[in-house]
Design a protein around this ligand. Structure first.
Ligand code: SAM
Length: 248
């Protein structure tokens, strides 16, 4: 998979793209990520990338032409037309389901706005989809683009050690993850739950499953309700089996 980030501040992205799991994944060739400086595509002498909004108002608007030419230059480097995404507080909110969908694409172009945003016409011209990282407003699209890149990168084969590393994780199957513990066994009088030390893998899996349900019920009742509705039959038969085992 190849991700291209079009931004006025490539240096803001570079350090993140070189660090930790994401950095290793890119270095080891499990995905390609490139940043592109929109300013290099300006046609005016002063390399201006923004101008005052028509109709008045505070702040500056990023001009259509440099964004358009930058994106077209990126497209020309791809075999097939990549999906074009503008990071925007007005977009569809990013979820793990959306991340999974995007992770299956061959190419993504991420456009980062800045200042008061971008000239609407370039988004229409490029038929850009809009994705938001939440109902709040940031100063630029760089952090959202990096969030999307990181989330999508984790799902590329080779980036994480194995599928468990992302499939047994909050949001993957509609639940939050169970609580996790590491050494020591007792810390400040707080002991690790006994089941986790039992070495009985079936029991541990069952405990983790129950705790995932319990954690979701407590922290995200909306997700819990949805999950229970969608898995009613499975939960009912598990409960019945457990009751049967107890009665034996
Ligand atoms: N004037 C715009 C509006 O009210 O919709 C907000 C512009 S914001 C200050 C500047 C840039 O930050 C946007 O163009 C967008 O790329 C990015 N941005 C801000 N908040 C975001 C969010 N929640 N999700 C994704 N991108 C965001």
């Amino acid at each position: 998979m190849r991700i291209d980030i079009a931004t006025l501040f490539p240096e803001m992205c570079e350090s993140v793209l070189q660090t930790s799991v994401l950095g290793r994944g890119i270095k080891n060739g499990f995905l390609e990520v490139y940043t592109h400086d929109i300013r290099l595509y300006t046609e005016n002498r002063h390399r201006n990338v923004d101008d005052k909004p028509y109709g008045g108002g505070t702040g500056m608007i990023m001009m259509a032409q440099p964004i358009h030419d930058c994106v077209m230059a990126i497209i020309s480097q791809h075999r097939a037309r990549p999906r074009i995404i503008y990071l925007s507080p007005q977009g569809e909110t990013l979820t793990q389901g959306k991340v999974r969908e995007l992770s299956e694409e061959e190419g993504l172009i991420l456009i980062c706005g800045h200042y008061e945003g971008v000239d609407r016409r370039v988004l229409d011209e490029l038929q850009a989809e809009e994705i938001s990282v939440g109902d709040y407003v940031l100063t630029g699209g760089e952090l959202p683009a990096l969030i999307l890149t990181d989330a999508v990168a984790r799902l590329q084969e080779g980036v994480l050690p194995n599928e468990d590393a992302y499939s047994i994780e909050s949001h993957y199957d509609g639940l939050l993850e169970f609580p996790q513990y590491t050494r020591p066994e007792v810390w400040r009088g707080r002991a690790v739950p006994e089941t986790l030390l039992s070495g009985n893998h079936a029991k541990i899996r069952e405990w983790q499953r129950e705790m995932a349900l319990e954690t979701t019920r407590e922290k995200r009742p909306d997700m819990y309700e949805k999950y229970v509705l969608e898995h009613a039959e499975e939960l009912f038969s598990k409960n019945k089996k457990r009751k049967g085992n107890k009665d034996d």
